[in-house]
Structures are given as structure tokens and as C-alpha cells.
Design a protein around this ligand. Structure first.
Ligand code: MG
Length: 286
């Protein structure tokens, strides 16, 4: 535990084995545990997750909470399907995210994370105020359980996310900066985004990617070090901002290539973090 510890994403296994064995196999001791199926959010499963984490010595930095209903990761169907923005799924998803907060509290995990969706850039848009109200309801529920609510970046511009944070106006809000998403969605450069939302960043998804090349599909996710994310500058800037959260590797492919890419990413990020932490404050500016 401590400043900028490297971890990796994890999610429920189909075979009933220890959920964090794979995290430990990478030689890592921290994870975010991603649960998309709300039916899993039971006290019994929380007890298993807590026991599995203790058995492997893995700390769960946050529960990454998904929701029911369609989720289309593109610019055409995304606005009408993702997060708390679409009215037809909003009430159900508020209940599911509250349940995820209960689950996190049962596990002794300090935060939940989710995508709120394509929050409108125009604060006068009829979808804006109800999305803020729904987010506040979830965050308030988190607050009452002593946990935080962290926004996953990507579908909204950094300044819109900042406005949502100001309008929800609760003390337990933070940002999970997915370094690639702002690029994949063509919303911002993640380094520059730190000027806007940097003080709210609590955890990172270390991920890399390319900007969109057409108006319909997201940009392509690529292995860390092969895309547009300048990890050296982002980590230096976060260090300047006093960031002490975890850096959780996310590689959204499956199979042996995912394992190889994660192993490489660990070495790549560790070098950068070690150099950043070793350098004097003034020298980290670049
Ligand atoms: Mg992410």
C-alpha cells in the first residue's frame, strides 16, 4: 500500500476458484474488482470475495460496478444505452449501483466506480438535471455506507464531468481516470484533463489507445506504450498533484496476449513510477 501501487483489473471467475489468484500470479497486490451482473451482489458472494482477497493478500481498491440493460460502446447507440443518462434504464440502474455500494461495504472496499454515460455538454439539456439527481442518489447512498463514488472517465468531456461533480456536491466524489478512454472517445488528452479534474483523481485505469478515425466507432485500444497516452507526463503530473492512489492496469482483450501485454505494462509503468518517485519535485516537471 502507498503511493502509486500498480495493480490489475479482476472480475468474477466462472469456475468458483479464488477470484484474486490471477492478480497474485502477476506479483501484484491490488485490484479493482469488476462486477457487471447485479445478481452477484449478495452478502454470501461478498463473504467469498473478502475471504479470497485475504487468502491471496490482495487489496481491493474499488468495486467497478456495471448495470443491467443494453450497453453499446459506440457513438451512435452509446448515448441512449450507457449509464444513468437514458431515462428508461435510470431508476433500475440507480438501485443496482446502490446495491453495488452495499456490496462494497460488505467487502470492506472503500469505493465503487461506474460510467455515468454520455452526460450532455449542455447543462440545459433535459437529460442533464435528472442524471445529476440520479448520480447524487447513488453517491448519497455510498456516503451513508462510508464509501466513495468515483466517476469512470470517457463518455463526457472533463469540464462536463467537473460540472457534474460540482452539481452533485457531495464530499465522497472522485474520479477514476481511465487514461485511454478520453482518447478512445475523442473527448480530451488525459494529460491536459488533469488541469480540469486532476484534484479529483483517486485511482487510475492504466490503458492506452488511439483517437477515433470515424464518427461512429471509438478509437482502438492498444497495449500500454503503443498509443497516444504519455504515461511519463501523466504520472509526473499526478505526483505533483499529490496523487497517492493505485494505478490499475486494464487491457480489454482476452487470452494469452492479454497476459503478455499486462506483464509488459507492469514493467513499463514500474520504471516510470520509480523514476518519478525518485526525482525531486522540480525535476518531475516536463
Ligand atoms: Mg476503464
Amino acid at each position: 500500500m502507498g503511493a502509486m501501487e500498480i495493480g490489475v483489473m479482476s472480475s468474477p471467475r466462472a469456475d468458483g476458484g479464488n477470484e484474486f489468484e490471477l492478480v497474485a500470479k502477476y506479483g501484484l497486490r491490488v485490484t479493482q474488482f469488476s462486477i457487471w451482473n447485479p445478481a452477484r451482489l449478495t452478502p454470501e458472494y461478498a463473504a467469498k470475495v473478502k475471504a479470497d482477497a485475504a487468502a491471496t493478500g490482495v487489496r481491493i481498491a474499488a468495486i467497478w460496478a456495471g448495470y443491467s440493460g443494453p450497453a453499446k460502446w459506440n457513438f451512435i447507440e452509446g448515448p441512449a444505452t450507457l449509464g444513468l443518462v437514458p431515462p428508461e434504464y435510470r431508476a433500475q440502474r440507480v438501485q443496482e449501483l446502490k446495491r453495488a455500494a452495499d456490496f462494497a461495504a460488505w467487502c470492506g472496499v472503500p469505493a465503487i466506480i461506474s460510467h455515468c454515460g454520455f452526460v450532455p455538454e449542455n447543462p440545459g439539456d433535459p437529460l442533464y438535471a435528472p442524471t445529476v439527481a440520479a448520480t447524487r442518489e447513488v453517491a448519497q447512498h455510498c456516503l451513508e455506507r462510508g464509501i466513495s463514488f468515483w466517476f469512470e472517465t470517457g463518455q463526457e468531456t472533463p469540464v462536463t464531468l467537473l460540472r457534474v461533480i460540482e452539481d452533485v456536491a457531495l464530499p465522497n466524489l472522485g474520479v477514476n481516470l481511465d487514461t485511454a478512454n478520453l482518447i478512445l472517445y475523442g473527448k480530451a488528452n488525459p494529460l491536459d484533463a488533469l488541469d480540469v479534474i486532476g484534484i479529483y483523481v483517486r485511482n487510475l485505469h492504466a490503458k492506452d489507445g488511439l483517437y477515433p478515425t470515424n464518427g461512429r466507432q471509438l478509437g482502438k485500444e492498444v497495449p500500454i506504450g503503443k498509443g497516444k497516452v504519455n504515461f511519463r507526463k501523466i504520472i509526473a503530473r499526478l505526483h505533483e498533484l499529490g496523487f497517492t492512489g493505485d494505478i490499475i492496469i486494464e487491457r480489454e482483450i482476452k487470452g494469452p496476449q492479454q497476459v503478455k501485454d499486462i506483464q509488459k505494462a507492469i514493467r513499463y509503468l514500474r520504471r516510470i513510477i520509480d523514476r518519478t518517485l525518485a526525482s525531486k519535485q522540480g525535476e518531475t516537471k516536463c
